[in-house]
Design a protein around this ligand. Structure first.
Ligand SMILES: Nc1ncnc2c1ncn2[C@@H]1O[C@H](COP(=O)(O)OP(=O)(O)O)[C@@H](O)[C@H]1O
Ligand SMILES: N[C@@H](CCC(=O)OP(=O)(O)O)C(=O)O
Length: 355
């Protein structure tokens, strides 16, 4: 079994009065037991900004990006030192892996990251992944670690993604403000997951994405065939129960028809630079025949992009049909749209997302 465990800022900063070092030591104890049973584990951890703020004596999370980036630079080393010490006591080595959204959006850099992670796992080292906050600029930022954890789970071909946070399950409303909110034990399909978007809202004082980004993460992972579990990380016994196979928190069932690796990457890692509006004929050719996209079906080109850059494919009513890598630049396309016999996107370079 391959598991990715995501540990949120909500836990690492101010979780039920447990100091960060204790939270991490408890995690290391539980996860190293799993490792001894032959399981493969990778961690995605938040906490760089939170620990940086603590070290700097900042009472709250700064709002300006540059202050967040600088605070992360202070906190990331401290965070790694805690993981390193906690796992070393149990005889396990850890490795720091810092990624930006841009790293995962480039196929070459994504494959590099996959290879490095695989090498670490082969050596029995526990990768400890975080966003490279200090370098990530606004447009290349995830901002939350939920989405990153789902992409890491896809990258290492995990069986399960565990999102540990400061709430015991997904609720039918934000439990902080909705006294009637009820826990949801299982989300059985992508359709059910999509229908839940309205119940999720943002994070707490230190967490960033809240439940909204956890649902995005669940969508990415389950559509690639990875089971997702959301559970309370405040109590180490809950993680132990989860790792022992007990039903705790919320279970998101994996899709029975997972996207193959490259299509999963196209659907979830790309950073679209523009979009193409398609006519009804092109929509039918893509969705019903699995055809490549031809210039004859392109009605409008929005944005500026080069050849092999990512674009969204939109239906005439603005719905996203899919996305992929264009064979032509926006300048070339503006000249050629409507002409027959010109390929704009090969079927292997596009994925239908139907959002
Ligand atoms: N529908 C919901 N169900 C459960 N929690 C929710 C929901 N909507 C919003 N939340 C909030 O999301 C928070 C967890 O997200 P966040 O603070 O970003 O944590 P983390 O740092 O672990 O990612 C919870 O404390 C909870 O108040
Ligand atoms: N990369 C950031 C994590 C951002 C964050 O708080 O994410 P999350 O725990 O998903 O709400 C950090 O290390 O502080």
């Amino acid at each position: 079994m391959r598991r990715v465990i995501k540990v949120g800022t909500s836990l690492l900063r101010g979780s039920a009065g447990r100091p960060t070092a204790v939270v991490i030591a408890d995690l290391a104890a539980s996860l190293s037991r799993q490792r001894r049973q032959g399981e493969t584990i990778a961690l995605v951890t938040s906490g760089a900004v939170g620990l940086g703020c603590e070290a700097l004596g900042l009472g709250q999370r700064p709002s300006e990006v540059v202050a967040l980036q600088a605070a992360a630079a202070v906190g990331q080393g401290r965070l790694m030192a805690l993981y390193q010490d906690a796992f070393a006591v149990r005889g396990l080595a850890v490795a720091q892996v810092l990624l930006t959204r841009g790293d995962l959006a480039s196929r070459r850099r994504y494959q590099n990251a996959c290879r490095t992670l695989e090498q670490l796992l082969t050596w029995g080292v526990v990768p400890v992944v975080n966003e490279n906050d200090t370098l990530a600029t606004d447009e290349l930022r995830f901002g939350d670690n939920d989405t990153l954890s789902a992409l890491v789970a896809v990258a290492i071909g995990a069986d399960e993604l565990v999102l540990l946070t400061d709430v015991d399950s997904l609720y039918s409303g934000d439990p902080r403000s909705d006294a009637e909110a009820r826990p949801i034990e299982e989300v059985a399909s992508l359709a059910e997951l999509d229908s839940l978007q309205s119940v999720a809202s943002g994070g707490g004082q230190w967490g960033t994405g809240g439940m909204t980004t956890k649902l995005t993460a669940a969508r990415i992972a389950t559509s690639s065939g990875i089971r997702v579990r959301l559970a309370d990380g405040r109590d180490p016994a809950v993680l132990d129960a989860l790792l022992a196979g007990e039903r705790v928190g919320t279970l998101f069932q994996p899709s029975p028809t997972p996207l193959p690796d490259r299509k999963g990457w196209l659907a979830h890692a790309l950073l679209p630079k523009g979009s193409l509006q398609l006519d009804a004929g092109a929509e039918r050719a893509l969705t019903q025949q699995g055809a490549s996209l031809l210039a004859v079906g392109v009605q409008a080109v929005v944005g500026d992009f080069e050849r092999r850059e990512a674009v969204r494919l939109l239906a005439s009513d603005g719905r996203e049909l899919g996305r992929g890598l264009a064979s032509l630049s926006s300048t070339e396309l503006r000249e050629l749209m409507g002409s027959s016999g010109v390929e704009v996107m090969h079927r292997d370079q596009l994925v239908l997302t139907g959002r």
